[in-house]
Ligand binder design. Sequence first.
Ligand SMILES: Nc1ncnc2c1ncn2[C@@H]1O[C@H](COP(=O)(O)OP(=O)(O)O)[C@@H](O)[C@H]1O
Ligand SMILES: [Mg+2]
Length: 184
Amino acid sequence: MSTSNSPGDSPAAPSAAPPAGRTIVLPHRRATVRLGRAIGAACEPGDVVALEGPLGAGKTFLARAICRGLGVGASVPVTSPTFTLVHELRGRHRIVHADLYRLASEDDLEPVGLVDAAEGAVLLVEWPDRAPGLCRDALVITLGRGVAVGRIAVLRATGPRSEALAARVRFPEITATREGPAAS
Ligand SMILES: Nc1ncnc2c1ncn2[C@@H]1O[C@H](COP(=O)(O)OP(=O)(O)O)[C@@H](O)[C@H]1O
Ligand SMILES: [Mg+2]
C-alpha cells in the first residue's frame, strides 16, 4: 500500500480520512453541551483546544459549552468571533476564543495579538488549520454530522500537555475508550 502523505504536514491540518482518536457520538445538542462542560471543567491555563469541522458542525456551540464548564456565567454571550478573530472571556481562568476562518495566512496572526493574548490563558481555536503553529500540543476535536442525527466528535491529543488534559476530562465515553481498540 502506498500513500502520498508528506511527513512535514502539520498535525492540525484536516485530512480526508477520519483522524485517529477517540470517537464520541453526540446524538443531540444536550450531549454536546455535556461534553463541552466536561472539557471546560478540566481546562487549565495554557491548555489549547482546537475545534475542527465544516461550517455548522458545532464548533462555536461546543466552545460555548466549554466556556460554561470554565465558569463563564450563563448570562455572558459566547459567540463566534468570526470578524474580530478573537474574544476574551473570564471564567475560572482567562479564556481566549479565536475563530481563524478569515485568517489568510499564519503571518497575519501577529497583528491580531493572539499569541500574546493566549499566554497563560485557555485557548479555544476554531479553524485551527489556519494556524497550525498554535496547535502543536492541543486537544483537537473534529466535529462532523452523525450518520442519522446529531454529531460525531473525534478527540485526539497532539502532545503531552493535551494528553494530560484529555485524561482529566470526566466524560464516560472518553474514559471508556481511552487508547483502547474500537471493539473488543
Ligand atoms: N449533537 C448535536 N446534535 C444536533 N445538533 C447539534 C449538536 N451539537 C451542536 N448542534 C448544532 O449545530 C449548530 C451549528 O453549530 P455552530 O456552533 O454554529 O457551528 P460552527 O461554529 O461549527 O459553524 C448549532 O446551532 C447546534 O444547534
Ligand atoms: Mg463557529
